[in-house]
Design a protein around this ligand. Structure first.
Ligand code: MLT
Length: 251
C-alpha cells in the first residue's frame, strides 16, 4: 500500500486520486464534529466551504430536515443554529436531520477530493476503526491534513502519524510513505505518548483555549471514543456500512 500524506491541502488539486482512498483530517474540530453528529443520529453531514452556500442549502432543505452549523474564527456563525463544538451535536439537536457544516479549514476539502474512489473523515476519535477500514478497502491512500489557514498544524499531522503507525501494525506488508508521511510517523513516535498535551500546546489548541473552548480539546483527543467512519456519498458524509472484520487487529 502507498500512502501519501499532505501536510496542507494546498497540493490536493494537482494529485491523481484515481482508485485512492482520501482521508481528510481536521481534528480541531471539523472531523471530530462530523463523527459526533453521525454518532448522535444525524442522517448525514453535508460539508460546505462557504457560509453563503451553506445558508442557501439550508433554506432549500428546510428547518425540519436540516441543521445549519459552522464557525468562523472558532465561533458560531451569526444566524446559524450550531457552531463547531462536538459537544453541541446531540440526539436532541441533530437526530434524524442533515447537518450542513461550514468550517474555516476542514469542510471545503471534502468536495475538492470527491474525484477519488472514496473520501472519508479521519480524527483521533475514530482512528482505529478508520485504520481497520483502510486495510479492508486496500486502496492506496492520500491523507490530507487540513492544517490551519493554509499552513501546517501539529494536531492533524500527529493524527496522520498515528494512522500510519496503526497501518504498520496491521497485516499490510509495509506502507510505502512519501516524505511528509515519514515525518508524520516520526512526530507520532516522538509525541504520541503525550497526545493531548501536544494538541493543546499547538497553535489551534491555544487558540481554542483563548476563545473559551478549551474543553473541546478533551473531546477531540478522546482516542477511539466514536468508532465510526464517515464516508462521502454524493456530497453527504454518512456512516460507512459495516464490512466483514479481517482476522487481525490494528490496535
Ligand atoms: C476548521 O475547519 O477550520 C476548524 O474545524 C476550526 C475550528 O472550529 O476549530
Amino acid at each position: 500500500m502507498k500512502l501519501d500524506l499532505l501536510l496542507t491541502p494546498f497540493p490536493l488539486d494537482q494529485i491523481n486520486l484515481n482508485d485512492k482512498t482520501v482521508v481528510v483530517i481536521d481534528i480541531l474540530r471539523a472531523s471530530t464534529t462530523i463523527c459526533a453528529s453521525l454518532q448522535a443520529g444525524a442522517r448525514g453531514v453535508i460539508p460546505v466551504g462557504e457560509p453563503g452556500g451553506a445558508g442557501k442549502l439550508w433554506t432549500r432543505l428546510g428547518a425540519d430536515s436540516a441543521v445549519l452549523a459552522g464557525e468562523r474564527d472558532g465561533v458560531k456563525i451569526e444566524n446559524f443554529q450550531c457552531g463547531n463544538s462536538p459537544a453541541e451535536f446531540t440526539p436532541e439537536s441533530v437526530g434524524g436531520k442533515n447537518v450542513i457544516l461550514c468550517t474555516t479549514n476542514g469542510t471545503g476539502i471534502f468536495n475538492r477530493a470527491s474525484r477519488a474512489a472514496r473520501v472519508v473523515s479521519g480524527a483521533l476519535v475514530n482512528i482505529s476503526e478508520l485504520a481497520r477500514r483502510v486495510v479492508v478497502w486496500g486502496n492506496d491512500v492520500v491523507v490530507v491534513c487540513a492544517g490551519r489557514n493554509g499552513g501546517f498544524s501539529v494536531e492533524d499531522t500527529l493524527c496522520g502519524g498515528m494512522l500510519i503507525d496503526l497501518l504498520n501494525q496491521s497485516e499490510v506488508s509495509g506502507v510505502e510513505l512519501n516524505d511528509a508521511g515519514a515525518l508524520a510517523k516520526l512526530l507520532y513516535k516522538g509525541m504520541g505518548a503525550s497526545l493531548r498535551k501536544t494538541v493543546a500546546n499547538g497553535e489551534h489548541g491555544r487558540f481554542l483555549v483563548s476563545v473559551g473552548m478549551g474543553s473541546d480539546i478533551d473531546l477531540c483527543t478522546a482516542v477511539d471514543s466514536m468508532p465510526i467512519v464517515p464516508v462521502l456519498d454524493d456530497g453527504c458524509l454518512v456512516i460507512a456500512e459495516s464490512e466483514p472484520k479481517k482476522q487481525h487487529s490494528v490496535r
